[in-house]
Design a protein around this ligand. Sequence first.
Ligand code: BEZ
Ligand code: FE
Length: 258
Amino acid sequence: MSVQVDSERLAEVVPDALAAIHEVLERHRVTEQEWHAVLAFLTEVGRADEFVLLSDVTRTSVLIDALTHGGDESGATASDVEGPMYTTEPPFRTKIYEEYEGISPDDDVLFVRGTVTSTAGDPVPEAVVDVWQTGPSGGYDVWDERQPEGNFRGRIRAETDGSYEFETMLPKPYTVPTEGPVGRYLEAVGQHPWRPAHIHLKVTAPGHQTLITQVFFPGDPYLDNDTIGAVKAALVRPVEPEGDHLACRFDIALRPAA
Ligand code: BEZ
Ligand code: FE
């Protein structure tokens, strides 16, 4: 992702950002040795490609999401942080996983369904819903050698009435990556690395603003204690038994394009 920032905007924000950093350095009388450690840490974060992760665990991503999308009373579905695990253009499929060694008989198949509408309540038949999530064990496909590439990722096109459905498995809480510099940071500041179970969605449709969000499930031990602070009450959805599997309804309302 390469986004150009307007030079007027830079002239407005950068001096204030520097003044804020300088004020903290002065207030805490930060030493040369400590500052060099900070620079070495940030260099490592860049080398490990962990800047998004750092933004997430410092809850900066949540703040930027709130500044960008918060205070909206249009009735649109609440947005949430994208995180670093999205991969572009997952395959179109309504069952988004393949079985792998690591699924236990106690793990639950989950159907997620809902409708995509505009904030005015009209169906959005052409909406495309990208989903990505962890499996019931081993985390994301890219972290788990047992899972085929692209497991628990998929893309669903809404029907003519705006409805969509996909088959997955109920995810579990997981830890963000801890083996790199951000993991060392978490340990140093005493912050746990756990996220509550969730499913990520990115919903696109012509004439509407793209929605990036997450769905959470009641009763999760990390709902009040997400390491990236991304849980919103409006995004916690019940899961109900339905025959031999579970089902969760997640209706989505999109804002009109700006
Ligand atoms: C995620 O929700 O996928 C995620 C967020 C932060 C770090 C790693 C993963
Ligand atoms: Fe995630």
